[in-house]
Design a protein around this ligand. Structure first.
Ligand code: GLP
Length: 266
């Protein structure tokens, strides 16, 4: 795991934007894995700004989002499709047909199960995900893979944990129906991405971040599965890194990495 600790959430977003642009500029058919939640909003704002400044184009990009709520339609303001349209897709030159968010607006379980299988196939057909962006839930979830999700899980219907329902309540109106099921990429699906970049900011994430990086590999902290990935970067602000025991070591590693990049073994 590469652990990068930056002074602020703004710098976390700039770092993530650099990584996304790098994939777009180095791959002929870049495939991005995208995430929702409040953390990546700053990343999407930065990508829109770079697009407007004509520093990047999304014409060749295909995207796959991690997850979608079951029980609300795409038109609902809180659907992840609506989130992505609002914060990113509508503001850049990506082709609509190249943007994928799990299709979860059916009430028929068999249709949803087929939709999950089709999603897996669609990712394969696109050649796999080059860079998967991730956030982390307070309970260590990635996508909607809640604690005890199998590390081998694939895209499927998942029941949300109580803590996730409570954490996401703020996005729904008082008394409004709030989904408790989602269609999410599995941990196995995420681990097949060629590289992953998890962003975490703010002190509320510090415990989950510590469990992910320094805790045991455990289904109780789904994000700890990233310890198994050979190209996983965790980018944190100071607050999210606040409980890490080996914080100074990670900073030292980054200095060394830079020196090695410049060809120095000093
Ligand atoms: C949701 C999403 C996750 C996201 C998490 C944290 O439950 N399914 O992909 O990482 O929330 O969101 P936030 O960045 O708002 O803390």
């Amino acid at each position: 795991m590469q652990v990068i600790i930056l002074p602020s959430a703004h710098e976390v977003a700039l770092y993530a934007a650099d990584r996304v642009v790098d994939v777009i500029n180095t791959k002929p058919d870049p495939v991005l894995g995208l995430a929702t939640g409040s953390t990546p909003i700053a990343l999407y704002k930065e990508l829109v700004a770079r697009y407007q400044a004509k520093n990047v184009s999304f014409r060749r990009v295909t995207s796959f989002n991690l997850d979608e709520y079951i029980g609300i339609t795409d038109a609902h303001q809180q659907s992840y499709r609506a989130f992505m349209e609002h914060y990113l897709f509508e503001q850049i030159d990506i082709f609509d047909e190249n943007t994928h968010v799990p299709i979860a607006d059916s009430q028929d379980v068999d249709v949803l199960k087929r939709s999950a299988q089709d999603y897996e196939q669609c990712i394969q057909l696109a050649g796999g995900i080059d860079l998967q962006i991730l956030g982390i839930g307070l309970n260590g979830h990635i996508g909607f893979n809640e604690p005890t999700s199998s590390f081998a899980s694939r895209t499927r219907i998942k029941t949300l944990s109580e803590s996730t329902v409570v954490a996401n309540k703020r996005f729904f109106e008082e008394g409004e129906y709030q989904p408790h099921l989602a269609l999410t990429m599995g941990i196995g699906t995420i681990l097949e991405s060629k590289s992953v970049l998890l962003m975490a900011t703010g002190k509320t994430k510090a415990e989950a971040v510590k469990a992910m990086i320094e805790g045991p590999l455990s289904a109780m902290c789904p994000a700890s599965a990233l310890q198994l990935h050979e190209a996983a970067t965790i980018v944190l602000d100071e607050e999210a890194a606040g409980l890490l025991e080996l914080k100074e070591y990670y900073q030292w590693c980054e200095q060394k990495r830079q020196q090695l990049h410049e060809g120095s073994l000093a």
